[in-house]
Design a protein around this ligand. Structure first.
Ligand SMILES: Nc1nc2c(c(=O)[nH]1)N(C=O)[C@@H](CNc1ccc(C(=O)N[C@@H](CCC(=O)O)C(=O)O)cc1)CN2
Ligand SMILES: Nc1ncnc2c1ncn2[C@@H]1O[C@H](COP(=O)(O)OP(=O)(O)OP(=O)(O)O)[C@@H](O)[C@H]1O
Length: 198
């Protein structure tokens, strides 16, 4: 019983600390990091080979994906964004994102494309999923915002033939995260300064 209560609180503490750390980056640092990470992501082989790539729209000090999305469009990739599933709680849908897509604010205060089933891409047809995260560790374990959205999406990712890669600031790296049984480790994380691979 004690373990059930202690582990989540440690995860919560790490979440708060790292979220604060990334929010403290200056606009100039954020700008430079975003450019460098976009350049690096475009050289990452699974992305070079991909036709369909899911990204996310940044908030809360996350690495700004604006330059990355522009670069993906320019390279001719189809770009998708996560949308909170309207009925299936804790699940995400991935919708096509064009230059002129209509965006709406969701209940978690993140912009997402307006739901239109014609724009939904099944996971089986997604080549690369660029995942947001709050913290990642030496082994590729990932800690997110706490909704379990990406843990659910990444369940059995190998069977979908999709390749996940985290995107984060260098300051989001920690030595070790307390893992839960549902946590799905990432095979790679791109930061402004390097590509981590496991
Ligand atoms: N950019 C981005 N998009 C994403 C994610 C993410 O981590 N980053 N997600 C990754 O899973 C999903 C959203 N997950 C989230 C989970 C919890 C909270 C959250 O607790 N937000 C507020 C409180 C909510 C409120 O104001 O009602 C907070 O900042 O504390 C936000 C997003 C899907 N889209
Ligand atoms: N595959 C799953 N199936 C059902 N519930 C899950 C699954 N993965 C996670 N959950 C539930 O989601 C909740 C949040 O999980 P966790 O704190 O690990 O999220 P996170 O990794 O921080 O968030 P996210 O993946 O959205 O970025 C937990 O209570 C967990 O029970």
């Amino acid at each position: 019983m004690t373990k059930i209560q202690l582990i989540p609180s440690l995860r919560q503490e790490i979440r708060q600390r790292i979220r604060q750390r990334r929010r403290q980056l200056t606009p100039a640092e954020q700008h430079l990091c975003a450019e460098r990470a976009a350049e690096r992501m475009l050289t990452y082989q699974p992305v070079v080979d991909a036709s369909t790539v899911a990204v996310f729209l940044s908030f809360d000090g996350e690495l700004d994906t604006t330059p990355l999305i522009r670069a993906l469009w320019k390279a001719g990739k189809s770009v998708y964004l996560p949308v909170l599933h309207p009925f299936s709680k804790g699940n995400l849908l991935f919708l096509r994102y064009h230059q002129n897509s209509h965006l709406v604010m969701n209940r978690l205060k993140i912009l997402e494309p307006e739901l239109d089933v014609r724009n939904v891409l099944p996971l089986d047809r997604l080549d690369v999923l660029i995942a947001p995260l709050v913290a990642f560790d030496e082994q590729g374990q990932r800690l997110g915002m706490g909704g379990g959205f990406y843990d659910r999406t990444l369940q059995n990712w190998q069977q979908h033939g999709l390749w996940p890669v985290g995107l984060a600031h260098d300051c989001q790296h920690v030595a070790a995260l307390p893992a839960e049984q549902w946590d799905i480790p990432l095979p790679a994380v791109v930061t402004p300064s390097r590509i981590w691979e496991w």
